[in-house]
Design a protein around this ligand. Structure first.
Ligand SMILES: Cc1cc2nc3c(=O)[nH]c(=O)nc-3n(C[C@H](O)[C@H](O)[C@H](O)COP(=O)(O)OP(=O)(O)OC[C@H]3O[C@@H](n4cnc5c(N)ncnc54)[C@H](O)[C@@H]3O)c2cc1C
Length: 282
């Protein structure tokens, strides 16, 4: 294991692997540590067209294009009594992708390796030591195998740990949540969902329900990711009334004609997962 590096990137999701690739391509000595061994599950499957520009910048566009993800040419929205399509094909970047994140993130991390980033998977950053208010070294621990531990010094640190936000949460304590985004999401995967013949090819379906909204994302493995987003207060109230997360999820699907119709002949093949942005503070 390296004991010193110019730039330490923590986290091998899209932010970490992209930043690390860009820096390595500029000639910096970059080390990336990721606690999971990829491929690993992640939510966040429907990409925006602006991602194409980033993929071009890191020279990974071809890899993603050839992989076979669903090409997303827009969205279709059913919000209250209004329905409209969103067509990306007229934009500067005319499409994007619906990705299985375990596969997408793995491709980007492998690309980072090919561009000169030294990547350690299964390696968690546990804490930092500081020189004044500047972090200068990190303690790491391997989570599997011989469970080695060690220390690495660096000139610059990139914290790309996503929701964990090790620097922001543990040291700077400066992560704030916007009131509008204090939501809970509940999602699952469906086999046999219909496609929207009336919408742009590969579109995301977005439908409102009285308490929030639902997404429907067609994936290249033949499943559809379907998720409900609702305010955490509403979620708490429903839980206090005795509803399970799965009931709240299924009730919302039944209340949403756009998503409900897509799932008429489909089967839920995963346990619905629920997620709250505020779990870390509760
Ligand atoms: C319910 C939901 C739906 C979403 N839907 C979409 C969507 O449709 N489209 C979209 O663009 N975005 C979506 N997002 C947002 C998207 O998931 C995130 O923006 C994206 O994953 C952020 O990428 P990242 O690289 O910053 O973090 P992540 O992808 O979370 O990567 C962080 C990595 O850091 C690693 N890590 C954490 N702590 C440590 C540590 N101490 N040491 C080493 N490694 C560590 C983790 O294992 C992880 O692999 C959604 C988010 C949620 C919650």
């Amino acid at each position: 294991m390296k004991t010193t590096t110019q730039i330490l990137v923590i986290g091998g999701g899209p932010a970490g692997s992209t930043t690390a690739t860009l820096l390595a391509r500029e000639g910096f000595d970059v080390t990336l540590m990721e606690k999971e061994v990829f491929p690993r599950y992640h939510i966040g499957e429907s990409l925006l067209p602006s991602c194409l520009e980033i993929l071009d910048l890191i020279d990974a566009r071809d890899i993603i294009e050839k992989y076979g993800f669903v090409r997303k040419e827009g969205g279709f929205f059913a919000w209250g009594s209004e329905r409209w399509g969103l067509d990306f094909t007229k934009l500067r970047h005319p499409y994007s992708f619906q990705v299985v994140r375990s596969e997408f993130d793995h491709l980007l991390l492998e690309h980072a390796k090919s561009q000169g980033v030294k990547v350690y998977e299964g390696t968690e950053i546990r804490k930092f030591t500081f020189d004044g208010d500047r972090p200068k070294s990190a303690s790491w621990a391997q989570l599997d195998g011989d469970k080695k531990t060690g220390e690495i010094t660096f000139d610059f640190l990139v914290d790309a740990t996503g929701r964990a936000g090790i620097m922001a949460m543990r040291y700077l304590k400066n992560r704030h949540y916007h009131e509008s985004f204090q939501n809970v999401a509940i999602w699952g995967y469906w086999q046999g969902a219909s496609s929207m013949a009336f919408a742009p090819s590969g579109a995301i379906a977005v439908g409102s329900v009285p308490d929030g909204w639902l997404w429907g994302i067609p994936l290249h493995n033949g499943t559809m990711s379907v998720g409900l987003v609702l305010h955490r207060t509403t979620f708490k109230e429903k839980r206090q009334q005795g509803h399970t997360a799965e009931q709240i999820y299924m009730d919302a699907i039944n209340e949403c004609p756009l998503i409900g119709d897509l799932l008429t002949s489909a089967t839920l093949i995963s346990e619905p997962v629920s997620y709250t942005h505020l779990r870390a503070h509760e």
